[in-house]
Ligand binder design. Structure first.
Ligand code: COA
Length: 260
């Protein structure tokens, strides 16, 4: 039996998904894209899961890109379908109703960086390298890289990374706003666990309100975004968690959020 391309492990309310093709540096073939999509659908639907961590198996790579061996023989229409398959997964992650952290434990190249950019937060080992090297294959990013990198890091950095194709280290990625945090490789697991635990203990409906508002706001005019934010803000007043959070503050105690 072949091993699953995506491993699932739960620690309390934190679900960790691990891309599991370490001998291919976790390259994304069609089967892995499909397995990730199913894993994110399951995490979204499971009320016991309050935060998701996404990482890669083995010591070298988060994900070293779309699977070059699989792409090499595709026709134009198959290439388009492969792009749509990848983009569908990235959109699924970006629009998850609970926070997703990319734990970048090594190379995040091409589709690997696109995968990390679809997540809501990125924490990287200081040894990690990220980039969009598709140009070196006569290709362009096809899982949303030209669009999400543009929105994360701006036009200059996007054109530099995509046109030149050279990977950058984690420190430069942080300077450019591509990753949120860089930590010593030995501390990556512990720092990620801390971050995930904080999110898992936060008010789930408010987390969702923030995720939805930021995603919607990134794709519309500010007036529309502000209206959306107001609607979400108003909805929070119908939640137990808002009552609990405000009461706990006034009573000088820690809130216990239930997601209701
Ligand atoms: N697709 C398919 N296979 C990949 C891959 C990818 N994107 N990236 C790595 N692999 C495979 C290699 O072919 C190799 O397989 P093999 O042992 O069966 O020959 C294995 O993973 C290990 O990779 P290797 O290149 O030997 O490791 P390295 O440490 O010498 O180099 C990288 C690491 C990341 C610099 C190099 O693998 C690389 O450049 N990968 C492609 C990056 C890329 O262009 N990504 C964008 C794709 S659109």
């Amino acid at each position: 039996m072949t091993e699953s391309p995506v491993l699932t492990a739960d620690d309390g309310a934190v679900r960790t998904l691990t891309v599991n093709r370490p001998d291919k540096l976790n390259a994304l073939n069609a089967a892995t894209l499909d397995a990730l999509l199913a894993a994110f659908d399951a995490a979204a639907a499971d009320p016991a899961v309050r935060a998701v961590v996404l990482t890669g198996a083995g010591p070298k790579a988060f994900v070293a890109g779309a699977d070059i061996a699989e792409m090499a023989g595709l026709s134009a229409s198959e290439g388009r379908d492969f792009s749509l398959r990848g983009q569908r997964l990235m959109r699924r992650i970006e629009t998850m109703p609970k926070p997703v952290i990319a734990k970048i434990n090594g190379f995040a190249l091409g589709g690997g960086l696109e995968l990390a950019m679809a997540c809501h937060l990125r924490i990287a080992a200081d040894s990690a390298k990220v980039g969009q090297p598709e140009i070196n294959l006569g290709l362009i990013p096809g899982f949303g890289g030209t669009q999400r990198l543009l929105r994360l890091a701006g036009r200059a950095a996007t054109l530099e990374l995509c046109l030149l194709g050279a990977p950058i280290d984690a420190a430069r990625a942080q300077q450019l706003g591509i990753v949120n945090r860089v930590v010593a490789a030995a501390g990556l697991d512990a720092e990620t666990a801390k971050l995930a635990a904080q999110l898992a203990a936060s008010a789930p409906l408010a987390l969702r309100g923030i995720l939805d508002s930021v995603t919607v706001g990134g794709e519309c005019a500010i007036g529309e975004g502000l209206q959306y934010e107001t609607a979400q803000f108003g909805l929070m007043f119908a939640t137990d968690d808002m009552r609990e959070g405000t009461r706990a503050f006034l009573e000088r105690r820690k809130p216990a959020f239930t997601g209701r």
